[in-house]
Design a protein around this ligand. Sequence first.
Ligand code: MRU
Length: 351
Amino acid sequence: MSTPCDSIRAVTWRNSLLYLLDQRLLPHRQIYLNFDKAGAVTRAIRDMVVRGAPAIGIAAAYGAVLAARSAFASSGSNWRKAFEADLAMLAAARPTAVNLTWALERMQRIIGNIQGDPEPALLQEARRIHQEDIQANHRMGELGAALIEQPCSVLTHCNAGSLATGGYGTALGVIRSGFAKGMINNVFADETRPWLQGARLTAWELVQDQIPVTLLADGAAAWLMKQGKIDWVVTGADRIAANGDTANKIGTYNTALAARHHGVKFMVVAPVSTIDPSIPDGSGIPIEQRPQAELLSLAEQSIAAEGASAWNPSFDITPAELIDAIVTERGIVLKPDAQGVATLFHKRTGA
Ligand code: MRU
């Protein structure tokens, strides 16, 4: 057993500023942008400078710190009104990942007791959200890797790694832990059209941490499974409904269908903050529509016939019956259903 590598951080707070690794430029350029206003953080989330459900939540929490700083500087003890308006703006940046509103609700919960400058207390809470996420990912890495019974090959979709979280990753956390234990021999990554999170981000992240990775076109996954080359599909999640239906990057549903057809196991790895118990099933999860240009062009070059339009949902819903295991930091739900998910969720809230 070696020690898992985890060298990348997408979100950091330094010298009173938020720094985000600009994921639009990866893998060719590694540039951190700094932020001192909540409005700019909102645009960075919407425009995919930072992406991945937990990383969006963490960036928004630091965005709330910046919102409080601006509101206190301009309005003194009446800072709460401007702060709340910025929180609403941050929450609307992307609709599907529930970690965004979850993190902002945590930030909002603590403002009641604050006297004077709100920044120190809010910064402490944002740092806590960040640290807890990394710890949760390590725990999920152990739990998910323990589900793998013999050295095997896995397929992942999109990027659910350090780049998409506070660090270590959810699906890539399981892959990091499983690889370090010698239980994962081969990692295949779907390129993940149209934004290419697999080709640009997952492949880069795994190469950085010396985990060999093989890319494939999304449409090749079923054929790879047919040849018996995949034992587990491991993905992240943007929102898990009360019955276990799971929203994740567009194409996850195809992968789950192909996995079930070929007898390949399907694992979803996500912190409890990704569970939304207020939504009974996947039909209630809002699905973000992204600009047509993401499909019609590549690297700002048009690639489609002029005059064609494009349909670009950013996420799809994988029904719970296609999922073999949901792995969270609080434990695993096998063959998820409403009862299994509720038991796990109540364990978290202590209810
Ligand atoms: O549009 P993105 O890149 O934000 O989509 C990200 C995903 O779908 C991830 O799989 C999900 O957020 C989990 S990240 C740990």
